[in-house]
Write a protein that binds this ligand. Structure first.
Ligand SMILES: Nc1ncnc2c1ncn2[C@@H]1O[C@H](COP(=O)(O)OP(=O)(O)OP(=O)(O)O)[C@@H](O)[C@H]1O
Length: 327
C-alpha cells in the first residue's frame, strides 16, 4: 500500500547540507499500524512529510497503491492526498469554528450536499464520543477532546491512510491510552492503514504491528515490533537503553547480562534451571514484564558473580529462546 524506495532528503539551504533521510526503504501493507520511531532530529517529520509530498524528496520513489507519487502532477497529487489524512501533536483545529464546523470543514471544501455533511459529521461525533460538544469551541475542550475532534475531521473524507504525527505527545498517559485505543479501533473497524510517528517507544509498543527505528536519517532497526523489542536477530535499537546499562556497569562488578523472554517463555523457570545447571552465583538486578501487542515480553538484568564459560551459558539461554545480551 505504501512502498518507500531509496528515499533521501537533503536540506541544502544552509552552508552545510543536512542529510535528513538517507536511503530509506519501508513497505507498509494495507491494514497495518506501522510505527516510525526515533529521537529528536532522527528524520521522522521529514519522512512523514515526504510520504504525501508536502516535502519534496531529494531522490527515491514513493508508491501509494502502486502509483509512484513522485510522477504525479499537482492535480493528481491532490487526488492521491485525499486518500491520506493526518493528525498532529498541536491538533491544528480552527479556533474560531465549533467542533461541528471543524469536522464539517473538509466536507464543505469537497462541496458535499448539506444533508450528507450533516449525517457524516453526526456519525463521526458519535464515533469519537463528542456528540454533546458539537457546538463547543476548541478553547472549551481538553487536549484529549481536541485530538478526538482532529481524528473525526481526519476521518471525514474516508481516507485509506491516516498519518499520526506525534498525536499523543502533548497528552498525559491516561489520555494517550484513550487516543491509542481509538486509533486501534479505527484501524480494525474502518480498515484504515495507520502510520504512527513518535519519539515514544511506549506508543509503538502499545499499538504498532511493525516498527522502523530511525537514527540520524538512517534505519537502524525494522520489523515486527515484538521482534525489535525482544532483541530477536540482535536488531534491538539500544539507543534508548545505553544510558541505563552504563549506570548498571558503574555499580556492579560482575558480568552483566540482559535477558529477554517472549510469550510463554516469560512464565518458565529458566533462571533457576540455569543456576542449577551451571552452578552459578547470580544476582537479579532488575526485572520487568511488559505487553507488546498483548504478548508478554520479560526483561531481566542479572549479574553473574561466579560463572564458567559465558558463551556456553548464552548458548543455553538462546536454545531456550531467551535472548541474552552482555551489557
Ligand atoms: N526545513 C528544514 N531545513 C533545514 N533542515 C531541516 C529542515 N527540516 C528538518 N531539518 C533537519 O533535518 C534533520 C531531521 O529533522 P526532522 O524534523 O525530520 O527530525 P524529527 O525526527 O522529526 O525530529 P523532532 O522529533 O525533533 O521533530 C534535523 O537535523 C533537522 O535539523
Amino acid at each position: 500500500m505504501i512502498d518507500i524506495r531509496n528515499l533521501s532528503k537533503v536540506y541544502s539551504d544552509s552552508k552545510t547540507p543536512i542529510i535528513a533521510l538517507d536511503n530509506i526503504n519501508i513497505q507498509i501493507d494495507k491494514g497495518e499500524i506501522y510505527g516510525i520511531v526515533g529521537l529528536s532530529g532522527a528524520g521522522k517529520s521529514s519522512l512523514v512529510r515526504c510520504i504525501n509530498r508536502i516535502e519534496e524528496p531529494t531522490s527515491g520513489e514513493i508508491y501509494i497503491d502502486k502509483i509512484n507519487i513522485m510522477d504525479l502532477n499537482q492535480k493528481d497529487l491532490r487526488k492521491t492526498r485525499k486518500k491520506i489524512s493526518m493528525i498532529f501533536q498541536g491538533f491544528n483545529l480552527l479556533n474560531s469554528k465549533t467542533v461541528y464546523e471543524n469536522i464539517a470543514f473538509p466536507l464543505k471544501l469537497d462541496k458535499l450536499p448539506k444533508s450528507e455533511i450533516n449525517a457524516r459529521v453526526n456519525e463521526l461525533l458519535s464515533w469519537v464520543e463528542l456528540s454533546d460538544k458539537a457546538n463547543a469551541y476548541p478553547s472549551q475542550l481538553s487536549g484529549g477532546q481536541k485530538q478526538r475532534v482532529a481524528i473525526a475531521r481526519a476521518l471525514a473524507s474516508k481516507p485509506d491512510i491516516l498519518l499520526s504525527d506525534e498525536a499523543t505527545s502533548a497528552l498525559d498517559p491516561k489520555t494517550t491510552n484513550q487516543i491509542l485505543s481509538m486509533l486501534k479501533r479505527i484501524n480494525k473497524e474502518m480498515n484504515i492503514t495507520i502510520v504512527v510517528i513518535t519519539h515514544e517507544m511506549e506508543v509503538v509498543k502499545s499499538i504498532c504491528d511493525k516498527t522502523v527505528v530511525l537514527e540520524n536519517g538512517r534505519i537502524i532497526a525494522q520489523g515486527n515490533t515484538i521482534d525489535i523489542f525482544s532483541n530477536k536477530d540482535n536488531c534491538s535499537p539500544d539507543i534508548f537503553s545505553k544510558e541505563e546499562s552504563l549506570d548498571y556497569k558503574e555499580h556492579y562488578k560482575g558480568e552483566l547480562l540482559k535477558l529477554s523472554f517472549v510469550g510463554e517463555n516469560a512464565k518458565n523457570p529458566i533462571i533457576s534451571n540455569l543456576v542449577k545447571k551451571f552452578d552459578l552465583e547470580l544476582n537479579i538486578i532488575s526485572g520487568n514484564i511488559e505487553y507488546i501487542q498483548e504478548k508478554p515480553l520479560g526483561t531481566l538484568i542479572v549479574e553473574l558473580k561466579r560463572h564458567g564459560n559465558l558463551r556456553t551459558i548464552i548458548d543455553y539461554l538462546n536454545n531456550h529462546d531467551v535472548r541474552a545480551e552482555v551489557l
